[in-house]
Design a protein around this ligand. Structure first.
Ligand code: HXC
Length: 257
């Protein structure tokens, strides 16, 4: 499909989506978000793709939702149009989705990164929820996902002041999984995605579902959910293959079955 605001590539079993609105620091307008969802839906449907990397430019992963697009909307426009409700679909993508963040990840940009399964950041990355400086609050999960990721103290600090935090602070706070040198960002993220894509897809998708369950339920229910999924993986051929390959001291040949 031809996209206007994103670039989409597939390399072996890995998908790469690059937000590409350089004139606006990758601000997320409706077009970007629609195209992002279309690209992810296509990767979802493509059995050959095992994991996806979402990135932006060196200067900006995304500097937020498009302020100029929102500027003149009123409450009724927002409410009746259910503004951004569909954007949450990114969090429902079933395959592993890695955010590779360089430069600004602000507002909706930080929120989209947090909808991904984990964030690999360049040393140049800057995260923040500056909505308060615009007279609004985060609207795509910032008050919820950031708080779960970094705890109340730092979430309040960032959301109430609107300040940015750098990659080192974001890693210390637990928002970011790895920080790498700027030139290594895409290679590191693609390598992580390729490593995941080489594993057995049923186990990978269930691992993702199970970790996400930790944010939705009690410990007891989460442990039960995990155990049931664990049991169910013994119905797969890949479990037999993975364990047999270990015992035979060879690499497994997973078939996603
Ligand atoms: C629309 C944006 C934009 C945005 C940058 N631009 N961010 N346009 N929406 N979120 C545009 C600028 O207007 C400018 O266009 C061009 O990109 C370059 O930006 P500059 O400001 O000139 O760059 P710089 O001086 O380097 O400053 C970078 C920056 C600043 C610190 C990131 O652009 C900034 O503060 N941006 C807004 C960040 C923000 O508040 N994000 C939250 C948005 S609200 P021109 O045409 O002048 O060259 C949000 C709500 C989410 O995300 C929840 C609901 C969806």
């Amino acid at each position: 499909m031809a996209y206007e605001t994103i670039l989409v590539k597939t390399k072996d079993a890995v998908g790469l989506v690059t937000i590409n609105r350089p004139q606006a620091l990758n601000a997320l307008n409706s077009k970007v978000m629609t195209e992002l969802q279309q690209a992810l839906a296509a990767f979802q449907a493509d059995a050959a793709v095992g994991a996806v990397v979402l990135t932006g430019s060196e200067k900006a992963f995304a500097a937020g939702a498009d302020i100029k697009e929102m500027q003149s909307l009123d409450f009724v426009d927002m409410f009746l149009g259910d503004f951004i409700s569909g954007w949450e679909e990114i969090a429902g993508f079933r395959k592993p989705l890695i955010a590779a963040v360089s430069g600004f990840a602000l507002g909706g940009g930080c929120e989209v990164a947090m909808m991904c399964d984990f964030i690999i950041a360049s040393e140049t990355a800057k995260f923040g929820q500056p909505e308060i400086t615009l007279g609004v609050i985060p609207g795509m999960g910032g008050t919820q996902r950031l708080t779960r990721a970094v705890g109340k103290a730092k979430a309040m600090d960032l959301i109430l002041t609107g300040r940015m935090m750098d990659a080192a602070e974001a890693e210390r706070a637990g928002l970011v999984a790895r920080v790498v040198a700027p030139g290594q960002l895409i290679d590191e993220a693609l390598a992580a995605a390729a490593r995941i894509a080489a594993l057995s897809q049923p186990s990978v998708l269930m691992a993702k579902e199970s970790v996400n369950r930790a944010f939705e339920t009690t410990l007891g229910e989460g442990l039960l959910f995990e155990r049931r999924l664990f049991h169910s993986l013994f119905a797969t051929m890949d479990q037999k293959e993975g364990m047999t390959a270990f015992a035979e001291k060879r690499k497994p040949d997973f078939r996603n079955r």
